[in-house]
Design a protein around this ligand. Structure first.
Ligand code: FES
Length: 574
């Protein structure tokens, strides 16, 4: 691969030229304690670090950033760590999704406004992964992703605990009176034992593996548990590689091709991955001008076997997946469904990178000949209730509910649901279809992960653990149940979900890809004419910017001003 000359690097404009501005850049770098030989003639490698004191999934990123720097120094680069907003899934309200595009924007502008020749992107906790890569794709300088890795298995009295999934499970048991408050406290102490992201097949694990399949990490990086010493070595090697990428000018547009996105979607489907990945992959692709209609996900799902036996759809956790062969092992089983010639950040093809992969526990990663399911995890639904599509995770549904017709029980918003869901007088049975509206991109705002709507307490006591639930919200990848999500257009902007009334019959047919409201077109038109839009939620600030520019779920919920590939000028150096 042809190598750049030093004068062709972006940073040369800051450091190399002989003018007053460059004098300032050099003298201010010396001010920070660096000697001239530390940076002169070297590529500047930005480390975009999403560490913060309030992100438990990224606790180890302070150390990892030092390990990345070690690799950069050793390979002859000049490392510059730049913190970016952390997007801590467990803490940030109303939802980290509200801020994904803010981190994407911050990443793009950090890389543009400073003398960066390449970047190491450090993320993992849910939205940090797509956000960093959306920004990097728009900036299009060489970038490599360091996934945070998943945390170790949780443990409670000999029971393995998985993030999120077992919280929901034991919360239902607590509400049903089957475990005590003291049990619940012990679970609280045992469910999150180390740094790292959720170790179920949540959005974090889904997106980290998808991004490796996209070609944006070193081979095998996404499967390494966060506390494993292999993770530290991977971080250091990623730093080394970023320096080479700067000289080679291997950019996101060389890697994030339509074929690479198809590899990522195939991976998500075979992993039983999170529904959130659809929104994120559509948004990431949109930054490169690659169109990913929802139907593409459905087509790939139909031809891709489900192989990863990971909770919530399966039995094991990501730590087990790593020991069983990890992503490289899984991808080896899918070779005929992948574009093996797709280029990755190490300069080799995906086919090269998985050549030595293997499966060491067939209960954790199923063989192609004996898949856990003939199809992938995610299904796209259409119908008069979701003209622009909706999504369901079929591998996380109770099989008895995937074809179901029942009367709607409608909640107008989250507060309405919280106030009434456990009311003993609520007119609801196990056959009802629970509907939540005003939980979409505008309505939430930010499409909070409310989509695993709670089962009414009186039904929990009767032993009911799953029901058909429908919303324009998202759902955590760690959640499960027959939950129809991402209904588009959302109710807040007048989508058909806004017109449903309690008692209306709703039909779900997962096999037939159908979501139907059994109300005549004429009646729906009358209801629409009488519908009044909800009041705007924000008059100023980021919320107002969000409301003005956010797109619907089927479009990836990017800001309309950030989509696409229109040129953005490089900063002037004077
Ligand atoms: Fe960070 Fe789940 S809370 S990945």
């Amino acid at each position: 691969m042809a190598r750049k000359d030093y004068k062709d690097l972006r940073s040369y404009r800051w450091y190399g030229v002989k003018d007053l501005r460059a004098f300032g850049h050099r003298s201010r770098t010396l001010q920070m304690g660096y000697a001239r030989q530390d940076y002169a003639g070297k590529p500047v490698i930005a480390i975009i670090n999403t560490w913060s004191d309030i992100n438990p999934c990224h606790t180890h990123f302070r150390e990892r950033a030092e390990e990345v720097k070690r690799g950069i120094w050793q390979a002859g680069g000049f490392p510059v760590e730049m913190p970016a907003i952390s997007l801590s899934e467990p803490f940030q309200k109303p939802t980290t999704m509200m801020y994904r595009n803010l981190l994407a924007l911050e990443t793009e502008e950090l890389l543009r406004s400073y003398p960066c020749d390449a970047a190491v992107l450090m993320g993992g906790c849910d939205k940090t992964t797509p956000a960093l890569l959306m920004g990097a794709a728009s900036m299009d300088i060489p970038c490599i992703f360091v996934p945070a890795g998943t945390m170790l298995r949780g443990n409670w009295r000999g029971n393995t605990l998985g993030s999120g999934s077992d919280s929901w499970k034991y919360w239902a048991e607590l509400r049903a009176g089957n475990i005590t408050e003291s049990d619940w406290e012990e679970i609280e102490e045992g469910i999150a034992r180390s740094p790292g992201t959720c170790m179920t097949m949540g959005t974090a694990a889904t997106m980290m593996t998808a991004v490796e399949a996209l070609g944006l990490t070193l081979p095998g990086a996404a499967s390494i548990p966060a506390p494993d010493s292999n993770h530290a070595r991977m971080a250091s090697l990623s730093g080394r590689r970023a320096v080479e990428m700067a000289w080679e000018d291997l950019k996101p547009t060389d890697v994030m091709t339509e074929q690479a996105f198809e590899n990522a979607i195939t991976t998500v489907m075979s992993m039983g991955g999170s529904t959130n990945s659809i929104v994120h992959l559509v948004a990431m692709a949109g930054r490169l001008g690659v169109k990913l209609p929802l139907e593409r996900f459905d087509e790939i799902s139909k031809r891709t076997p489900w192989l990863a036996n990971i909770r919530p759809s399966g039995k094991y956790l990501m730590e087990d997946f790593y020991y069983a062969g990890g992503l490289q092992g899984l991808l080896c089983e899918l070779k005929d469904l992948l574009h093996l010639d797709a280029v990755t950040v190490n300069g080799k093809t995906l086919g090269d990178n998985i050549a030595s992969g293997g499966i060491y526990d067939e209960d954790v990663i199923a063989r192609r000949a004996k898949p856990l399911g003939e199809q992938g995890g995610l299904v796209v639904l259409r119908g008069n209730l979701a003209p622009d599509g909706a999504v369901i995770k079929q591998t996380a549904c109770d099989p008895s509910l995937v074809q179901h017709t029942g009367p709607a029980v409608v909640f107008n918003d989250y507060n309405d649901m919280a106030a009434r869901i456990d009311d003993e007088d609520l007119d609801v049975t196990k056959d009802s279809v629970i509907v939540l509206r005003n939980a979409g991109p505008q309505g939430g705002p930010g499409m909070p992960e409310w989509g695993m709507l709670p089962i009414p307490k009186k039904l929990l006591k009767e032993g009911v653990r799953d029901m058909v639930r429908i919303s324009d919200a998202r759902m955590s990848g760690t959640s499960y149940g027959t939950c129809v999500l991402h209904v588009a257009p959302e109710s807040f902007v007048g989508g058909p979900l806004a017109l449903v009334r309690s008692g209306d019959m709703i039909e779900l047919d997962v096999e037939g890809r159908k979501l139907h409201l059994d109300v005549s077109d004429e009646e729906l038109a009358n209801r629409k004419a009488a519908w009044t839009p909800p009041a705007r939620k924000f008059e100023r600030g980021f919320g107002a910017m969000f409301a003005a520019h956010i797109t619907q779920a089927d479009k990836g919920c990017d800001f309309d001003i950030l989509e696409g590939t229109a040129a953005t000028p490089e900063p002037e150096i004077h």
